[in-house]
Each structure stands twice: as C-alpha cells, then as structure tokens.
Design a protein around this ligand. Structure first.
Ligand code: URA
Length: 301
C-alpha cells in the first residue's frame, strides 16, 4: 500500500512488494520476494527521510553487499548487508538496543546456571536480547544489550573494538610510576596490555580508557601496579555515555546513538568514540562524550 501520510513517498509503493511493511510483513515470504526499496529501509533505520536516503544513494555513499547501490535498488533486510559511508547499518525490523546501568550483584549473561539475577532480567523480556561484552558481577555501569548480532560481533571483536572508559576506585594513591605503567602497558599472565589512557582524577580514583576486552582486565591491571580495585564503574562505551541513567535503569538508544556505534565499530574507523551526540540528543538527556569523566548516576557514591 502507498504510504499516503508520507510526503517523501513518491507513490511508487503501488508496486505489490511494497506491501512488506514492518507491521504487516507476512511470516512466509513469497518465492518471488524482491525486497523493499532501499530508501524505505534506510529511512526506517533512522538514516533520515526517504528523500534524504535517496540522496545518499544517488551520491554513491550506499553499498549493498559490498557494491555501490543505485536508485531503485531493493533489499532483503534479512540477508543483505547495507553500508552507508562504510558503516554497516542494522536494517532488519525489530532490532532493539538498550543501555543499562548495571548494578553490582548481577551477572552479565542471559542465563545463569546458579540462578543468580542476570542483566537480562533488568530489561524487557521480548524481544530477547543479549549483553554486548561483559561486566563482572561486582562491576557497575553502562552495558549495552541488543538482538543485533552483527553489531554485537563488531563491538566485541578485538580488531574493531571501541574504547571503553572505567572509573576505578583503588587502594592507596597511585603515583606517577603506576600511572605511567598503566598507560604504557602492564604485564599480565595473558600478555602485556595495549597502551591505555590513565589519569588519577581524585586521590585513589583512576580513569582508565581501554579498547581490549580481556577478562577482568582493569582489575588485573590495577592490581599489577600495586593498587587493587575496590569499586569499578564503566562510564562510556565508544560514543555512549549517560550520567542520568540510575543504577538498574535502562533506556533505548536513540537512532543517532545506534548510528554512532555503527560508525565507531566499522572497519577503518579512526574514532572509536564516534561523533558527539546532536544537540537534540543532548536536550533529550544523552551526555556528550566530552563529559568523559562523568560517571553514570550513582557512580561517585
Ligand atoms: N575490567 C574489569 O576488570 N572488570 C570489568 O567488569 C570490566 C573491565
């Protein structure tokens, strides 16, 4: 059916397969399924209106399955890979992205054999989502959960890994030598760590930015330089921060944030943090990556 309410819909939706809208897509696709118009899929994924999406296609900035797309291109959202300016875009309907402020005492798994509370218990049960990466039982702070397997893969893969910021409350007051060691790399039993950003932001409080995702890495790094962690809070995942999110609370990512994550985790990205949120996002409560040192709510207790 044509989308009569959409001024960007040029009326070409009279063609039969444009009946495949997110709300009424049949469970079994006919054999001759040709997909949805690319600009419609892009608009639904938050790239802008259909007209803006058409402009992106016309400018040659959109690829489908690695080839530059032409106007009129149709895509099968379940199988085709859509990239805009080199960043892979989640186009399948029904993808959800939650940002959770994980409290301590909760395991980062979808199902705990010991029956402990899990992070998945703290977000809506449907659609089923999975944590992206992991925070220890005793670690607090920002955790992403999604059903977007492709983005999860890229965010957790060491070769694309976006950087993550932690505030570590440690025993004692690390001196210059300890901070330098954290910056240059610490010898751990699974090898030396990559250079990290490390700053003592208050006596005994260290802000660390790392992009590796080794098991208990921050705790082991701090311990190795003689300052075991007493409390650990993750305050940023790539471009995502949120000072207002209360412990145990979650919210959906804005489309702008999803796009920023996709850009930050794309091969060849030089800015693992991604761009700052738009003014509209900031008005809506998302904090700027420039507020790096700002922990989520409850992190400075
Ligand atoms: N590093 C740790 O030591 N623990 C976490 O939960 C995350 C990073």
């Amino acid at each position: 059916m044509p989308d009569l309410d959409d001024p960007d819909d040029p009326g070409d939706d009279l063609e039969p397969d444009d009946d495949f809208d997110e709300d009424d897509e049949p469970r079994v696709r006919p054999i001759e399924y040709e997909g949805e118009r690319l600009q419609k899929v892009m608009a639904r994924a938050g790239l802008g209106s259909r007209r803006v999406s058409e402009d992106l296609i016309a400018e040659g900035r959109v690829k489908v399955n690695g080839e530059v797309a032409e106007l009129g291109r149709r895509v099968d959202t379940a199988n085709d890979r859509v990239e805009v300016d080199g960043a892979l875009i989640g186009v399948a309907p029904g993808l959800v992205y939650y940002l959770l402020n994980k409290p301590t005492g909760v395991v980062t798994t979808a199902d705990d054999p010991q029956g402990r509370p899990t992070v998945v218990d703290l977000v809506p049960a449907e659609p089923r989502v999975f944590p992206v990466g992991r925070l220890d039982f005793d670690t607090e702070g920002l955790l992403l959960l999604t059903n977007d397997g492709e983005l999860t893969h890229r965010l957790t893969h060491p070769s694309f890994g976006v950087d993550k910021e932690y505030i570590a409350h440690v025993e004692g007051r690390p001196g210059r030598a300890a901070i330098r060691q954290l910056r240059e790399g610490v010898e751990l039993d699974d090898g030396i760590t990559a250079p990290a950003q490390a700053t003592q932001v208050a006596p005994g409080v260290v802000r660390l930015v790392i992009h590796e995702g080794r098991n208990r890495q921050v705790r082991r790094m701090c311990e190795a330089v003689g300052h075991p962690v007493q409390r650990l809070v993750r305050t940023r995942i790539g471009p995502l921060t949120d000072r207002k999110l209360k412990p145990r609370a979650w919210r959906e990512l804005t489309t702008e944030e999803v796009r920023a994550l996709e850009r930050a985790s794309s091969p060849g990205s030089t800015d693992p943090k991604g761009p700052a949120p738009s003014r509209a996002d900031r008005r809506a409560g998302a904090s700027s990556p420039a507020d790096e040192a700002s922990p989520p709510d409850g992190a400075d207790r």
